[in-house]
Design a protein around this ligand. Structure first.
Ligand SMILES: *Cc1c(COP(=O)(O)O)cnc(C)c1O
Length: 396
């Protein structure tokens, strides 16, 4: 039989059967009108998910990391200054990518477990009278620590400082799972990947790009070729692509957005919040806590669980994989061993989440952690019993 369990890593996420089928298709000539007919609904759908009122959607055969690279190389020049807070592995890696491209990154070191520091961002922008900072980089959901940042708050800080920098947002582990407001937050580039909230295999970098960021391409001198937005936009206008598109995943993207919109984006966000809240109830019932420093920072797509002193989060992840065939996320970087991560985004139901909590508990008992079997599961059960809406997953 198949020993397949749902995965509880924060991406790649579980793939709905119908999305797998939508990706699995015979070869199609990408220069034919059939491709254009398939591509348009995917692009239009992304526009709605991001809540864009203007600008362009770009879909590149790549991953989220390629999306970061595309964002900076299309809009910036060597030596340009960007402002970024570092508070986890993913914000760190974006900063590292910028540095490798010869950008000057003004870094606001922020303790892991915290989010983007709005007051410090505003102060840095106010201090930049010469307007050297060309872009503010923000990791909407820091997947390493399970922390969400207030992107609307960053926009307000930028406006309060009267600064004209662009706002680039890494939404790889938030978009399509947590509310995102490209237009309302004045985002200039949003980066997503196919394998998280969109419930697809890895393989697409998905970007929303504002008219301001498009205009920045005219003077941006960082080298780019594969990721060049201009080549993309010229080809899109003709219903084509500058090279061979990832046709299967693009077909899947249109279908996954259809699933999300059939459920209703607001319901998708509410489901993620509910699933996350059940996980958090379980974590507290275990006598542990999320790594995020305060409740307003709790991510609805991933929880980094702080493990008790003397316990090793990585050991739990290994045991879950080898004994029970279930995948959780290890702690990365500074929090290696100190946390294990439960991803709760994409195609998940209450019943699936309960199975993950149940296996995590068995591992804790196996490892001799001071946790009572059933304590976390029952806390989540009580919460879900009282909150699950009728026919929550009728769409699928
Ligand atoms: C997963 C992730 C990335 C990296 O995306 P890849 O698709 O692995 O390249 C970037 N940022 C965040 C916040 C992520 O969760």
């Amino acid at each position: 039989m198949s020993m397949q369990n749902p995965v509880f890593i924060p991406g790649p996420t579980n793939i709905p059967e119908s999305v797998r089928k939508a990706c699995d298709m015979p070869t199609l000539d990408h220069r034919s009108s059939a491709f254009a007919r398939m591509f348009k609904p995917a692009v239009d759908g992304v526009r709605r998910v991001l809540k864009m009122d203007q600008g362009e959607v770009i879909v590149i055969p790549s991953t989220g990391t390629g999306g970061w690279e595309a964002a900076v190389t299309n809009t910036l020049s060597p030596g340009d200054t960007v402002l970024a807070a570092r508070f986890g592995m993913f914000s760190h890696r974006w900063i590292d990518l910028c540095q490798r491209h010869g950008l000057n990154v003004q870094i606001i070191e922020t303790p892991w477990g915290h989010g983007a520091p709005l007051a410090q961002i505003e102060a840095a922008l106010r201090a930049d009278r010469a307007g050297k900072i060309k872009a503010v980089l923000a990791t909407h959901n820091e997947t390493a620590t399970g922390v969400k940042s207030d992107i609307g708050g960053i926009r307000a800080a930028m406006d309060a400082a009267g600064h004209g920098a662009m706002l680039f947002v890494d939404g790889v582990s938030s978009i399509a799972s947590m509310p995102f407001d490209f237009a309302g937050w004045g985002v200039d580039i949003a980066v997503a990947g196919s394998q998280k909230g969109f419930m697809l295999p890895a393989g697409l970098a998905i970007l929303g790009v504002s008219p301001k960021a498009i205009a920045a391409m005219e003077t941006a001198r960082l080298p780019r070729s594969f990721f060049d937005f201009k080549d993309m936009l010229v080809s899109y206008a003709r219903g084509g692509y500058p090279y061979t598109p990832a046709v299967g995943p693009i077909a899947g993207l249109a279908h996954s957005i259809d699933l999300l919109e059939t459920e209703g984006l607001e319901n998708v966000y509410a489901r993620h919040h509910r699933l996350a809240e059940g996980v958090r109830r379980a974590v507290f019932a275990w006598g542990m806590s999320p790594y995020a420093a305060s409740a307003d920072l709790y991510s609805d797509t991933v929880t980094a669980v702080k493990v008790p002193a003397g316990c090793d989060g990585t050991a739990l992840v290994q045991l879950a994989a080898t004994k029970y065939g279930m995948a959780f996320g290890v702690g990365l970087g500074e929090v290696a061993g100190k946390v294990f991560r439960i991803g709760h985004l994409g195609m998940l139901t209450e019943a699936m989440v309960l199975s993950g909590l149940c296996v995590a508990e068995m591992c804790m008992a196996d490892l001799g952690w001071p946790v009572k079997l059933g304590s976390g599961v029952s806390a989540a059960q009580e919460y879900y019993r009282g909150t699950v809406p009728a026919l929550a997953m009728a769409a699928e």
